[in-house]
Design a protein around this ligand. Structure first.
Ligand code: DAH
Length: 356
């Protein structure tokens, strides 16, 4: 056996497995050194001594070489593993998909925040509304064209729908005279609801979903959103209304934003206007909604209702203004969205453009 070659082979063993077979080959039970040692007994004594010494030296040398190589191979394996598992903290992390606010929610928040800064309270009302709040008390009697079957979703009246539009609290008892149930066609009904339950002065805005029974197309959806505003107090004037809408224009379009009024008719205001806002960037007027001075009919209807409930009349001598505007309409114009139906088709490629 060539001990030099054996030691060389061990020092070059490429991995722990081959090292293990070399160990078996030389030092195992049937290994070359082990076998040679077993034959020592048959040798004459002086030869046995010499050969024994040599074999022991080989054995020791082999054991040492095996140990050294094993340590080297283990160290190499460790280094390789460390390299492979190294964590590069400068790499970008995994992108976790995150949700975001819908474009409608963003516009609602933007609008509402402008009014919050002006001291308005934000309130919301039910989407199932009574005929009385949605129409009658707003000076829209039964023959009014807006009540046409074409425009209104009527809802079957049952306990749940009745509860949805019944005013809770001290007014809960009486739903007689509130008429049938509808999906509210505008947020203006909240003007009446709020006035019934509160004593002026106050200023509120009401964001919310509204529903119209119509053929949908690029500019019509059966469901959309409005923002309603109402201010009532002892000396509220049309100038206050102009001031507030102008402030809204500046809030939306910067300090060069401004408002324009043109006379028009709504049953619940007198005088009534449609308003537009100047968009300085594009040098154009955007028709955004309707407004006006609260029609005295509304104050009377509210006080009459309160009186029926045993509450004091508090709207005599009051004046107020109101406005209503379309939320999607503002988004359509501002972003040049060609079709209102995109808003609620849940197409991410559309919605993601407005994540902000
Ligand atoms: N409710 C009206 C609509 O849906 C909008 C509106 C016009 C609201 C004039 C108002 C107002 O408060 O004063 O078309």
């Amino acid at each position: 056996m060539d001990i030099e070659a054996a030691l060389e082979e061990i020092s070059r063993a490429p991995n722990l497995d081959s090292l293990q077979s070399l160990k078996v080959q030389y030092l195992g039970k049937n290994g070359q050194v082990t076998q040679a040692m077993k034959t020592l007994g048959q040798l004459p004594p002086e030869e046995r001594k010499e050969k024994g010494r040599v074999l022991n030296a080989w054995k020791q040398a082999l054991e040492e070489a095996l140990e050294v190589r094993e340590a080297q191979l283990k160290e190499q394996a460790l280094q390789a593993r460390l390299e492979q598992e190294a964590l590069d903290v400068s790499l970008p992390g995994y992108a976790f998909p995150s949700g975001g606010l819908h474009i409608t929610s963003r516009i609602v928040l933007e609008l509402v925040n402008i009014f919050r800064r002006l001291g308005f309270s934000v309130v919301e009302g039910p989407e199932v509304e009574s005929e009385f709040f949605n129409f009658d008390a707003l000076n829209m009697p039964e023959w009014h064209p807006a009540r046409d079957m074409q425009d209104t979703f009527w809802v079957e009246l049952n306990r749940a729908t009745e509860e949805a539009f019944t005013i809770q609290g001290p007014f809960a008892e009486d739903v007689s005279g509130l008429g049938g149930a509808v999906l509210r066609t505008h947020t203006s009904g909240m003007q009446i609801r709020y006035m019934i339950q509160h004593t002026p002065p106050f200023k509120i805005v009401v964001p919310g979903r509204v529903f119209r029974y119509e053929q949908t197309d690029a500019s019509h959806e059966a469901m959309f959103h409005q923002l309603e505003g109402l201010v009532v107090g002892p000396n509220i004037t049309m100038a206050d209304l102009k001031g507030a809408i102008s402030e809204l224009a500046r809030g939306l379009f910067g300090k060069e934003g401004k408002a324009r009024f043109q006379p028009t008719f709504f049953p619940f205001v007198e005088p009534g206007v449609q308003f537009a806002m100047w968009w300085p960037e594009r040098q154009k007027w955007l028709e955004l909604g309707g407004a006006g001075m609260v029609h005295p009919y509304l104050f009377k209807a509210v006080d009459d209702y309160r009186e029926r409930q045993g509450l004091p009349r508090v709207y005599e001598g009051m004046t107020g203004w109101a406005f209503g505007m379309g939320v999607e309409r503002l988004a359509l114009l501002r972003y040049g969205i060609p079709d209102i139906r995109y808003f609620y088709q849940n197409r991410l490629s559309f919605l993601r453009q407005f994540r902000g």
